[in-house]
Write a protein that binds this ligand. Sequence first.
Ligand code: PMP
Length: 420
Amino acid sequence: SKQAPVPPWRRDFPLLSVRVHGQPLAYLDNAATTQKPWQVIDALSRYYKTGNANVHRGSHALSNQATEAFEKARRQVAGWLGIAEPETLIWTRGATEAINLVAQSWGPMNLSSGDRILLMQSAHHANIVPWQLLADRTGAELEVVRLLPDGNLDLEHFRQCLTRQPKLVTLTHISNALGTCYPVAKLARESREAGATVLIDGAQALPHQDVNLEELACDFYVFSGHKVFGPTGIGALWGRRELLEAMPPWQAGGEMIERVSFSGTTFADLPFKFEAGTPNISGVIGLGTAIEYVQKSDRQAQAAHEQSLLTHALACCETVPGFSPLPAGSERTSLFSFLLDGHHPQDVAHWLDRQGIAVRAGHHCAMPLMESLGIQGTLRASFAFYNTHEEAERLARALDELVHQDRTQIETKHADTGQI
Ligand code: PMP
């Protein structure tokens, strides 16, 4: 478009120049997974071409090199998140596995019958189901904090729930279904003051903002590498040292022990106690490279570009008859959920796909949220800093064409039968 140039970061992402169904791709499904810069793709290729060996064995040069690269990535990611002690950053497969780790290791030790776990209405299934299983196992009870009709968290209800002294509060930093950015610093502080342990699901936050975990008053923070320009299959759990040290291992095997004999086993120190088996070495190295890329980027300029994409996309789409965006609260990221009157979200997604525009349709792994809104699902357009204003305009134009094409068809049908 005339007003906004293509963002300089776009050229770092080779996949963005593929064509889909003969059309240039407009990738607007970044909340599902982000594309990878060539730096990450090259790091993975270089590792397998010149550096592949198992880690923590110490018996040959390549193994030492792989171990050093693996631990350097941990220091890199820890540094980015303001974590003073890298060993409190545990590698997992992603946010889902990190939450399951806490639920299965911290949970049974700390919860018993009648204890409360406080969840958010808009939580992702990954931050609901592990707690349901834990509640079944321990007799603990779940309580859910509501959202207000404008999409903000109902703070009054939240505070009421805190008076019932939940043992655990699980927060969503940014909703993957609505794009709302919740005031997690305040919510975490109040929860801890009420005596709760606090876990924050940061899966949707880190792609858009830098977070300092030492400043954020939480106990656990989880995220997925693939949503922050890194490979799939790698993510992390950060936890307060005293909590992690008191927690039992959750998976057992090699790498996580200090000494094994058939009369007993002593576990390795952090972080290895929680990293049984050969880890995702290339994934860790790729994630370290992704975070290095993020750290070298102008994050402020990227965030400003994303906000301008959001504003522009909403303004363009609002001219489409029947376009109705879902309320997303007062602070939001570059993502919106919407419905198109008279059109099933899946049909709309299919129509957009045929024009090379990738969006997501469905419940976005937030079925309890959809239920509270009285709907089955939505369409979701989610932007990253490499998207363009032109892509936002293509989305609006395609929706407009769909609506008008249907009108024409209906009018033609009525004309055929003589009933206008
Ligand atoms: N939480 C949120 C808010 C998410 O958006 C997602 C991914 N859609 C997850 C958790 C789960 O992440 P993963 O599937 O990478 O483990």
